[in-house]
Design a protein around this ligand. Structure first.
Ligand code: C2E
Ligand code: CA
Ligand code: CA
Ligand code: CA
Length: 279
């Protein structure tokens, strides 16, 4: 109608229109993708100071066309907006637990763990603990090998409720890691209260570690603070031997990054890391 004319002119900025259409078609494609089995889990090794395998981070891939994986950075925000992240997140947990059981059987003597990213929206579902418990039981995996990576956005509200939920899951044997540490809004007083096992230093602090005195100071401080809270500290995005030398010097407990291996399909991870470790 005529009265909508002025707003319509603003809305039909061609660039914006294009973005809206792109988003809508991606939303449709994404909602079909679960049924069409277009998702796959990749695994990236986590390595201790002695070079031993600790486990892997589980990283979601959307592969709508063969050979053309879409980064989760592009679709996770949309999946969160639409709520698809909830069923998708349970699919990730189910698939990861089945994989965990298989790898636990292949190297039974070691404390191998898989770290799964949990979005705030999923974590805050009222039946999250019960459903996760069902998934673990059905898979036959030992829950001690399952670690959940939470971001600071999870603790934005209702810290008491979050602590209670983490405690409930800890009683099942699960571990907890604070992901992307230092990039969010959580305060140190939150960190002190949360029953975590691990801090994960974000890539953004690791990237220029060897050339930035500020980043070096931040990384040192995070490691020292993590240790004083009895947390295991892992760095992500470790790409160079130089970065590793600094992290090692300041007492970082573990590393993850292209220097040790890119995220890879289960079969490749198994032949490169599980079979080698079981020997
Ligand atoms: P994140 O949790 O911080 O995961 C680490 C990201 O860094 C991954 O990106 C990984 O591929 C990338 N990476 C690993 N090593 C290096 C390195 O040496 N250098 C550089 N430059 N990057 C490295 P990816 O796989 O694209 O995932 C992006 C984000 O999507 C993740 O960030 C995580 O927040 C989210 N995500 C991934 N999988 C899931 C999932 O199953 N559920 C949820 N809720 N989020 C997920
Ligand atoms: Ca993560
Ligand atoms: Ca991270
Ligand atoms: Ca990160």
């Amino acid at each position: 109608g005529k009265s909508a004319g002025r707003n319509a002119i603003r809305f039909f900025n061609p660039d914006m229109q294009h973005k809206v259409e792109q988003r809508a078609s991606m939303e449709t494609a994404l909602s079909r993708a679960l049924e069409q089995r277009e998702f796959e889990l990749y695994y990236q090794p986590q390595i201790d100071r002695e070079g031993g395998l600790l486990g892997a981070e589980v990283l979601l891939r959307w592969i709508p066309e063969p050979g053309k994986p879409v980064s989760p950075a592009e679709f996770i925000p949309l999946a969160e907006d639409t709520g698809l992240i909830v069923p998708l997140g349970y699919w990730v947990l189910e698939t990861a637990c089945l994989q965990l059981r298989a790898w636990q059987q292949q190297c039974p003597e070691r404390g191998f763990s898989l770290a799964v990213n949990i979005s705030a929206r999923q974590f805050h579902q009222h039946d999250f603990i019960r459903r996760l418990q069902e998934i673990i039981e059905r898979s036959g995996a030992d829950p001690c090998g399952l670690k959940l990576e939470l971001t600071e956005s999870v603790v934005l509200d209702d810290i008491a409720g979050v602590i209670e939920k983490i405690d409930g899951l800890r009683r099942l044997g699960l571990g907890f890691s604070m992901d992307d540490f230092g990039t969010g809004y959580s305060s140190l007083s939150y960190l002190k209260r949360l029953p975590l096992d691990q801090l994960k230093i974000d890539t953004s602090f690791v990237r220029d570690l060897a050339h930035s005195a500020n980043d070096l100071a931040i990384v040192r401080a995070i490691i020292a603070m993590g240790h004083s809270l009895n947390l295991h500290v892992i760095a992500e995005g470790v790409e160079t031997a130089e970065q590793k030398v600094y992290l090692e010097r300041y007492g970082c407990d573990a590393y993850q990054g292209y220097l040790f291996g890119r995220p890879m399909a289960a079969r490749e991870f198994e032949s490169r890391f599980i079979v080698a470790a079981a020997r």
